[in-house]
Write a protein that binds this ligand. Structure first.
Ligand SMILES: Cc1ncc(COP(=O)(O)O)c(C=O)c1O
Length: 418
């Protein structure tokens, strides 16, 4: 692979500098199209909500808008970016377990379409702010269905202690929140939401979730009189990081979910009229590449290090949860892999290792090391540790690159300091 989005990788690095985050724009578009094309039902309205925490910037949000998707935001900052991108805020879902009173006010001012309520106190705060005004907002309640899915496993537990949502077992709280919204003229309590994990490879986790959510919506209607007509199943769709990963193709996972929804709906008299999914990672991860320039090479008794000019400051995932990545050296794709390297960043932290062990051709100072599948939770989790400036981000399409986020300068870095 010598190109990203039809543009030579070394040329990209020379033009925009390193570290650089480069997205293949056509891959982003293909993913958005694939989800919107396959997440369809003849009997239930469907919506794909892009979880912008995976990568939130104006250019990405404009793409999301082009494909008619909705948008998940979890903070005033993500919402502000959407608003500045000209996104139709009525299609945003405002998430988060601790939306501040200011953020709730902002959501109301921006005309956020749906707020996903996490807990009792947040429900009370929303009612306090909205009651008696001329504002209207749709409300979904985040529930904890007791299903946890991560990578190849899912478990059904009675785990009630998640920081997110109200447990389905906590019926009194669900009833209390329902009463609050039913008694408020400014809120339309329409849906329930759940998100069960990340990097999920097991289709069954979703069909299990569908069954639980639809049955719970029916129970809320029967026992509490809540007219729940929407179910949001969250995100978690896996991406391919290394050859060990085998993500379920988008069409397959969508078919599985849609069939499960249609079947579950028929058993509850078609109460549900709208289902939603919230993919983040699976839309942006594989389209993103981090380009680094190799600095010094260091040999220790047991390791051969290649140091790069970024690190945990632009991709914390390896340090945070031992995430694994694949990489290659631009221009040496066809060369024999003659040595095993440890790819280390430049931060003052022993844990700043981007790849523990990878076979590569001989790596030299000045080479461009390309890490694959860095498009999700890389830039969005970036930090200024060691006062490293954030990299530039480019979208590359049909051989042309456009800078969508500028590289930070040292001036930017201290611009807020008094
Ligand atoms: C509520 C919610 N929806 C969607 C997502 C997106 O998950 P993923 O990027 O794994 O698809 C998350 C991730 O944390 C989430 O918390």
């Amino acid at each position: 692979m010598t190109e990203i989005g039809g543009m030579n990788i070394r040329e990209l690095a020379e033009t925009y500098g390193t570290p650089l985050v480069a997205y293949d724009e056509n891959m982003l578009r293909d993913k958005l199209e694939s989800f919107t094309k396959h997440f369809r039902s003849d009997t239930i309205r469907t919506d794909v909500v892009y979880a912008s925490k995976a990568f939130n910037c104006k250019a990405m949000i404009s793409l999301v808008s082009e494909y008619g998707c909705c948008l998940d935001v979890v903070s005033g900052g993500e919402l502000y970016t959407a608003w500045k991108a000209g996104f139709d805020c009525s299609k945003t879902f405002f998430h988060g377990n601790n939306k501040t009173p200011d953020e709730i006010r902002m959501a109301l001012d921006c005309g956020v379409g749906t707020i996903v309520i996490d807990n009792v106190m947040e429900a009370q705060e929303l009612i306090r702010q909205i009651e008696g005004t001329d504002r209207q907002i749709r409300v979904f309640l985040r529930v904890n269905p007791g299903i946890e899915a991560h990578t190849h496993q899912y478990i059904v537990t009675a785990h009630v202690d998640s920081k997110f949502g109200i447990s389905m077992l906590d019926w009194d709280e669900i009833a209390y929140v329902t009463d609050l919204f039913e008694g408020c003229d400014n809120t339309a309590f329409e849906g329930i939401h759940a998100h069960i994990g990340s990097q999920i490879f097991d289709k069954q986790a979703y069909s299990e979730l569908v069954k639980k959510m639809f049955a719970f919506a029916a129970k809320m209607k029967d026992e509490l009189g809540a007219d729940i007509t929407s179910v949001n199943l969250g995100g978690g769709f896996a991406a391919l990081y290394t050859s060990k990963d085998h993500p379920i193709p988008v069409d397959e996972v969508c078919d599985e979910i849609i069939s499960a929804c249609e079947e579950a709906n028929s058993s509850i008299h078609n109460q549900i009229r709208r289902v939603l999914i919230e993919p983040g990672r699976s839309i942006v991860a594989e389209a993103g590449y981090n380009l680094y320039k190799v600095g010094y090479i260091k040999k220790t008794p047991n390791k051969l290090y290649a140091f790069v000019d970024g690190g945990m400051s632009d991709n914390i995932r390896p340090a945070l949860y031992q995430a694994e990545y694949d990489a290659f050296i631009a221009g040496k794709e066809d060369e024999e892999k003659t040595a095993t390297y440890t790819i280390a960043g430049k931060c003052c932290e022993s844990g700043d290792i981007l790849i523990q062990s990878i076979a590569l051709p001989q790596v030299n100072t000045g080479d461009i090391l390309v890490m694959k599948t860095t498009g999700a939770y890389g830039y969005s989790m970036a930090s200024h540790y060691n006062k490293l400036a954030l990299p530039a981000v480019v979208f590359v399409k049909d051989g042309q690159a456009r800078e969508v986020i500028e590289r930070e300068s040292y001036e930017h870095l201290i611009s807020l300091e008094k």
